[in-house]
Design a protein around this ligand. Sequence first.
Ligand code: ROI
Length: 163
Amino acid sequence: MVKAYIGLGSNLENPKLQIINAIKAIKEIENTVMSSISSLYYSRPMGPQDQPDYMNAVAELTTSLSPLTLLDELQKIENQAGRVRKDNRWGPRILDLDILLFDNHVIDSERLTVPHYGLKDREFVLLPLHEIAPRLCLPDGESIEKLSQNIPANGLKIHSQLS
Ligand code: ROI
């Protein structure tokens, strides 16, 4: 079993409900346990500002799935939420489930890049991750403690507890 960290984000169609439903669905993934979940956070959009604010959270999973099987399961959940993959990389979305870290693996394949390419410069990832795993280090040795201390909060606020 290894630990994987998943970023959850939504800014369309009742974001809080999207995140709550996604958590329920993630808990049903085979051979996987949700070992921790952060608070739910409000965040300002990164990218174009003419889109609604986001709700974000980070989950810790303990899993025996491979990274790509876990990715398949997460993409099924995104699709069930009604996500349409458009050419809107920085646009609004119903549900985004990103594999942020997968044990200490470094993966650079067509479908999957781990650690997630945006992890180090996204307050809405680093601060919830720090909440649930304050002593975590990245495969390159950098500590979440230090990264989360050095990132501007950019208005990030706790909305509510999820656990
Ligand atoms: N901005 C915030 N605040 N939260 C997200 O989850 C998020 N996801 C994205 C982009 C469009 C980069 N902006 C975001 O994919």
